[in-house]
Design a protein around this ligand. Structure first.
Ligand code: ATP
Length: 226
C-alpha cells in the first residue's frame, strides 16, 4: 500500500464499551490490518441516543477499561474522551455526525478518517440523524458480526444504494479524505456487551469474552453486579 505523502489515516471506533470486549478489539484489529492507520482513535460514548436503557458503568470506568484493553495492543491507540466531556456539560445525547465534524476540524481537510462499525449498526444506519452527511466527513468501514446480515440485498434499500456506489479498496480509503465505504465480511466474533453484563450479573466469569485485565478491573470495582 502506498499512502500519498503527507496524508494521515485515522481509524475511528466509537462505542459504549459497557464493557469493552474481544469483539471491539477484533473490529479495530481487522481494519488496522487493512488500512495500516497512523492512529486508531477510540471514542467512548457519552450518552448514545440509540441506548435507550442507559449505560451501566460510569464514563470513568468505561474509559479505564478501554485503556486497559488496548494497553498491550500493538496498535497506535489514542483514547478520545470528547463525547463524554460534551455530554457531561450539556447532558444531551451524543451524535456521531457532530463527533466526525469536530474530528475533521481537528485533523484537517486532507486526513483520511475511517469510521468503523459492526453489521448491527449498518442495519439501522438509515435511522441516524442526517446519516448521508457522515460521508462528508469520513469513510464508513463495516465488519460482519454473527447474527446480523452484511448481505447488501438484505439491507435497507437506501443504505444498499449509498454503500454500493461508494465502495472503495483499502488503498483508495487510505488515500482519500472521506466518502467511501468498505465491507469486511470475514469477522465472526460472536460477543456482545449485553451478553457479558448478563453473565456478570449471574456470577459467571466471561473469561474468553473480555481481556483478563478488564475482567480484573470489573471485579475489583464490583461493576455490573445488578
Ligand atoms: P451492547 O450489547 O451493550 O449493545 P455492543 O457489544 O454492541 O454493546 P458497542 O459498544 O455498542 O458494543 O459497539 C461499538 C461498536 O462495535 C459498534 O459499531 C458495534 O457494531 C461494534 N461491535 C461490537 N461488538 C462487535 C462484534 N462482536 N463484532 C463486530 N463489531 C462489533
Amino acid at each position: 500500500m502506498r499512502p500519498q505523502p503527507g496524508r494521515r489515516c485515522v481509524v475511528v471506533l466509537g462505542g459504549s464499551f459497557d464493557p469493552i470486549h474481544q469483539g471491539h478489539i477484533a473490529l479495530a484489529a481487522c481494519f488496522s490490518r487493512l488500512l495500516e492507520p497512523d492512529e486508531l482513535r477510540i471514542l467512548p460514548a457519552g450518552n448514545p441516543w440509540q441506548k435507550t436503557q442507559g449505560l451501566k458503568a460510569s464514563a470513568q470506568d468505561r474509559v479505564e477499561m478501554v485503556r486497559l484493553a488496548f494497553a498491550a495492543a500493538n496498535m497506535p491507540v489514542v483514547i478520545d474522551e470528547q463525547e463524554i466531556r460534551r455530554t457531561s456539560v450539556s447532558g444531551e445525547a451524543s451524535y456521531t455526525l457532530d463527533t466526525l465534524r469536530l474530528l475533521r476540524d481537528e485533523l484537517g481537510p486532507d486526513s483520511s478518517i475511517a469510521f468503523l462499525m459492526g453489521a448491527d449498526q449498518l442495519l439501522g444506519l438509515h435511522t441516524w440523524h442526517n446519516w448521508q452527511k457522515l460521508f462528508d466527513y469520513a469513510h464508513i468501514c463495516v465488519a460482519s458480526r454473527p447474527g446480523f446480515t452484511l448481505n447488501m440485498t438484505d439491507l435497507p434499500l437506501e443504505v444498499t444504494t449509498e454503500f454500493a456506489q461508494r465502495i472503495g479498496t483499502p488503498e483508495q480509503i487510505r488515500n482519500a479524505a472521506c466518502g467511501l465505504t468498505c465491507l469486511a465480511s470475514d469477522l465472526a466474533v460472536d460477543i456482545s456487551a449485553t451478553e457479558i453484563r448478563h453473565a456478570l450479573q449471574h456470577g459467571d466469569q466471561p473469561n474468553s469474552l473480555i481481556p483478563a485485565v478488564v475482567l480484573d478491573y470489573i471485579q475489583q470495582h464490583h461493576l455490573y453486579k445488578n
